[in-house]
Design a protein around this ligand. Structure first.
Ligand SMILES: [Fe+2]
Length: 243
């Protein structure tokens, strides 16, 4: 399995606080069958975490990989960001401050929780017009999706992809979010499930349980597509598989 959304890089955002936390997260991920993690620190949050792409971020990734290797943890890290689509994000993109996942065509994006549907669609279209493919992080958590479930189909029709959080399926963000996450999965509109891990204790880097449930309740093919096949296609920058 490959986890495409994880706050494992230490000291950059509200994820791993230090190296020891990050290594515990890496160990937990590897022991649960995760072979690769795309490290996606929060980026471009106004008044919050900036984490624009820089040589220093590249060093952070390399340093953590070296520490992981030193401990013989079988896990490969890949570069990425969780890009907050604040006003002005296109300028940041043109300035090279935003990166895609593994330098592919795919960019992991998040909205303000209270973003309007119209503005969200416009922002996705702006990214698509650049020849990039936005992956919407945890669509099941946004208010505009709660208010109008058709938003799921609208985003897919535009060409965006959808990444469900494991925690949403486990009920960590409330019953409504859990129900929408399940609906997106059961209607085959989901493209990925990721951990959105923030620590080794809460919102953990673990995917084995949700993979097993989807394989049992829906189909093994779909379970594999969501946590194995499509994540791998990001790393190789290939077209993802859609049901
Ligand atoms: Fe996240």
């Amino acid at each position: 399995m490959i986890d495409i959304h994880s706050h494992i890089l230490p000291g950059l955002d509200d994820g791993a606080g230090n190296l020891s936390d990050a290594l515990e997260m890496a160990q937990l991920a590897a022991s649960s069958g995760i072979k690769g993690i795309i490290a996606t620190p929060h980026c471009n949050i106004p008044g919050g975490f900036h984490n624009y792409w820089s040589l220093s971020l590249e060093d952070d990734l390399r340093n953590l990989q070296n520490e992981i290797n030193d401990r013989n943890i079988p896990l490969t890290l890949y570069p990425g960001q969780e890009v907050f689509l604040a006003p002005g994000f296109m300028d940041m993109l043109h300035q090279g401050k935003l990166i895609t996942l593994c330098n592919s065509r795919y960019m992991l994006v998040e909205f303000d929780m209270y973003e309007s549907a119209t503005v969200a669609y416009r922002k996705l279209q702006q990214i698509l017009a650049e020849g990039l493919v936005p992956i919407v992080a945890h669509p099941e958590r946004y208010r505009f999706v709660h208010e109008q479930k058709e938003a799921i189909y609208r985003m897919k029709d535009l060409g965006a992809l959808l990444q469900i959080n494991r925690g949403s399926l486990k009920g960590a963000f409330g019953i409504r979010t859990k129900s929408i996450a399940n609906e997106i999965i059961s209607s085959y509109q989901a493209d990925f499930i990721a951990s959105d891990a923030h620590s080794q204790y809460r919102r953990t880097p673990y995917l084995a349980d949700v993979h097993e449930v989807i394989c049992e309740r829906i189909s093994a093919d779909y379970g594999d597509v969501l946590v194995k096949i499509n994540p791998k296609k990001i790393i190789t920058d290939e077209r993802i598989y859609s049901f």
